[in-house]
Design a protein around this ligand. Structure first.
Ligand SMILES: [Zn+2]
Length: 214
């Protein structure tokens, strides 16, 4: 085993430079460019560790870049987990969508958002052979209101664009961000609002027994 320092692979800087323009700032929450502060540091796992400064808010982030697989980790971290209120399958797929978006992979983010949507429709006992039919079945049975149905179809269309690309259309980060935001609104309605209502009712429910007096 070599005792010498690990050397950066030639691609490291290229990967970093190409990705500089495509990240969400955990401070100002927008899609911003960053400027690297100081030299790259490479550790024994052949990972880059850098400090970046947001060109919009000048907030500082610590970034770890793995060169293989090509992914990044931010501290403070970007949101990478779906909410606990979601059912497990929805949460798994949507969490992966968030992590894909963080990793600058909008296509994968859109595909996983669509998978989360499909999992949600099945969890709601939707009927039908296609996602389109499942969404319509939930609307027909009044499980979801018309506005939510339209959102769901919008998500489905976004997912279809990745699965069946059209020549003059590409999936951009903005598309993935918008679809993820739509999905969150949908899941908020289906899972978070009912749980919050339940929590509120429990809080306001009259106590069955008064606390014992001392
Ligand atoms: Zn910023």
């Amino acid at each position: 085993m070599s005792s010498g320092d690990a050397q950066p692979r030639p691609s490291c800087g290229v990967i970093l430079q190409n990705k500089m323009a495509a990240y969400f700032c955990p401070h100002c929450k927008i899609h911003a460019t960053f400027k690297s502060q100081g030299p790259e540091k490479v550790n024994w796992e052949n990972q880059l560790h850098q400090i970046w400064r947001c060109n919009n808010c000048f907030g500082v982030v610590y970034v770890r870049v793995r060169t293989e697989p090509d992914d990044l980790e931010f501290y403070p971290s970007l949101r990478s987990e779906a909410r606990d209120e979601y059912p497990p399958e929805v949460r798994d797929n949507f969490g992966e969508a968030l992590r894909s978006l963080n990793g600058n992979n909008p296509k994968a983010a859109v595909v996983m958002t669509r998978s989360a949507l499909q999992a949600a429709m099945r969890q709601q006992d939707a009927k039908g052979k296609t996602l389109k039919a499942e969404i319509d079945s939930l609307a027909d049975s009044h499980a979801i209101p018309p506005a939510i149905k339209d959102w769901a179809h919008e998500l489905r269309d976004g997912g279809n664009l990745v699965a069946h690309p059209e020549p003059d259309k590409t999936v951009e980060t903005q598309d993935a961000e918008e679809l993820i935001a739509l999905a969150e609104s949908l899941f908020e309605y289906l899972y978070v609002v009912p749980k919050e209502l339940e929590r509120r009712r429990q809080r306001l429910a009259p106590q069955e027994e008064p606390p014992p007096s001392e």
